[in-house]
Design a protein around this ligand. Structure first.
Ligand SMILES: Cc1cc2nc3c(=O)[nH]c(=O)nc-3n(C[C@H](O)[C@H](O)[C@H](O)COP(=O)(O)OP(=O)(O)OC[C@H]3O[C@@H](n4cnc5c(N)ncnc54)[C@H](O)[C@@H]3O)c2cc1C
Length: 450
């Protein structure tokens, strides 16, 4: 693994999420490596709190610190912005692109942590009407749509239009869906209660839909049941065993377990169901002995390397190994394991053997003061679980500044009823679609540049 030319060992890290950032930081003491972290956004995104950006509790800056700033003191790491378009495993290069500028970065070791995107289970056309929750763009667009729906309801001239604007459908009863449904309900019943004159926001109808029979299935029956009861107490209409068959601008079509189809008139739809691993996984599989699973995740070796390519590690949401879940700790621990493996090789030490995941537990909030938590054999729900959730999230938010302002915003929202971040510009709601329509014309090298 060491280079015979005496130059530093070049490590390229793809992604600035949990895997990419923690993997880079784990190598900070190595003066003999040169790390290039390439990611398509300039931030490290703390996805678990995205729903709070979407519902006006936190600002985008609090959940997404600048990667460059986080790594400013780590002299062996360089950050470059770029969408990785090609990985060449034979030449050992990564090609990335920003606005028509292409950069080719060579590596000796590659750490791929490009995560996963939303899956619409083959119905990608749903995305336009039911944004997912994977990026800051998604969260801000949803913030605009959710707060905007109350504005449209206030302006509605018919009862039917007002009802449609005040109906919110969240698809997927996993942690993100439960958190979103709970927060929209709290927003309507607490935060916005006194803000309108013609409509009564507390009459908003929040519906949580899932094809499975349970809420929070990965938390088990007891905690899933507790979450469901709490949501119902808050007025959320939980419809399990219900599959989405169609989505359009003004509503959603669902099929129940008896095959009956119903249309729900609803302006705001949120998609929190299904993930698909980064398409970079396909590139890795095509050039190695690796296979992909149905969600496009790479079947890695037990030491997280790519079959047939020991110099390539894949971590986090992109991997399929021992049924590991797509959670932050799998990415963090995997990336730290890969970093240690690299340093062992550089030091001529033996391999650590297979990667072993230590499950620290999982938690999800349902409302203020109420959460569910599963830690080892212990199961908590209600206030205790919520305090645990609060503490764990504060610990993992990157940077002292963000911790302080996040805590302040939580006091405002959870003890008071306010939400400090209700701004959503028209551009945030519509820019993505507009840009897509303009397409190449806005890019340097595109039609305008000729
Ligand atoms: C809304 C939401 C809530 C969640 N809640 C929780 C929770 O409460 N607890 C928990 O443990 N987990 C939670 N998760 C899951 C957790 O966030 C992921 O498991 C974790 O982020 C995976 O880390 P990763 O490094 O594999 O990918 P990510 O963190 O997704 O990072 C991927 C990185 O790769 C970059 N990238 C992708 N493609 C390219 C490309 N082609 N070129 C360049 N860069 C690229 C991205 O910009 C990003 O920087 C949640 C996820 C979501 C979406």
């Amino acid at each position: 693994m060491t280079t015979d030319t005496g130059r530093k060992h070049r490590i390229v890290v793809i992604g600035s999420g949990f895997g990419g950032l923690f993997g880079t930081q784990a190598l900070k003491r190595r003066g003999d490596v040169e790390i290039t972290l390439v990611a398509r956004t300039a931030q490290h995104l703390f996805q678990p709190l995205l729903y709070q950006v979407a519902t006006g509790i936190l600002s985008e800056g609090e959940v997404a610190p600048s990667t460059r700033e986080v790594l400013a003191r780590q002299k062996n790491a360089r950050v470059i912005l770029g969408d990785v378009t090609r990985i060449d495993l034979d030449r050992r290069t990564v090609t990335s692109e920003v606005l028509g500028t292409e950069t080719v970065t060579p590596y000796d070791t590659l750490l791929v942590a490009a995560g996963a995107g939303q899956s619409y289970f083959g119905n990608d056309e749903f995305a336009e009407y039911a944004p997912g929750m994977k990026s800051i763009d998604d969260a801000l667009e949803l913030r605009g749509r959710i707060f905007g729906a109350f504005e449209l309801a206030e302006l509605a001239t018919t009862e039917e239009d007002a009802r449609r604007a005040l109906t919110f459908v969240v698809v997927g009863a996993g942690p993100t869906g439960v958190e979103m449904a709970g927060q929209i309900a709290e927003l309507a019943r607490r935060t916005l209660k006194h803000d309108f004159r013609r409509i009564d926001p507390t009459q908003a109808h929040v519906i949580l839909v899932d094809a499975a029979d349970t809420v929070l299935p990965t938390f088990g029956e007891r905690l899933g049941g507790a979450a469901r009861r709490r949501l119902t107490e808050m007025g959320v209409d939980v419809r399990t065993g219900t599959m989405v068959t169609g989505v359009d601008g003004s509503g959603i079509e669902v099929k129940d377990r008896n095959g009956g189809t119903t249309r729900i008139e609803a302006l705001t739809k949120v998609w929190a169901a299904g993930v698909q691993a980064s398409p970079l996984g396909r590139q890795l599989a095509d050039q190695s002995d690796a296979e992909l699973d149905r969600a496009g995740r790479v079947k890695v070796n037990p030491d997280l390397t790519l079959p047939g390519r020991p110099e390539v590690f894949v971590v986090g949401d992109m991997i399929a190994l021992d049924d590991l879940p797509g959670v932050a700790q799998v990415a963090i621990q995997g990336a730290r394991f890969a970093a240690k493996e690299v340093t062992n090789r550089l030091d001529g030490k033996p391999s650590q053997g297979p990667f072993e995941y230590f499950d620290k537990g999982s938690m999800a909030t349902v409302s203020r003061f109420s959460a569910v938590a599963s830690i080892g054999r212990l199961r908590f729900h209600g206030f205790i679980a919520w305090v645990l959730w609060l503490a764990v999230h504060l610990v993992y938010i990157i940077g002292f500044k963000s911790r302080v302002t996040t805590l302040l915003h939580w006091v405002v929202s959870f003890l008071g009823r306010g939400r400090a971040e209700r701004v959503a510009t028209e551009q945030q709601v519509f820019a993505r679609r507009a840009l897509r329509q303009v397409g190449d014309e806005v890019r340097p090298g595109g039609r305008d540049a000729s």
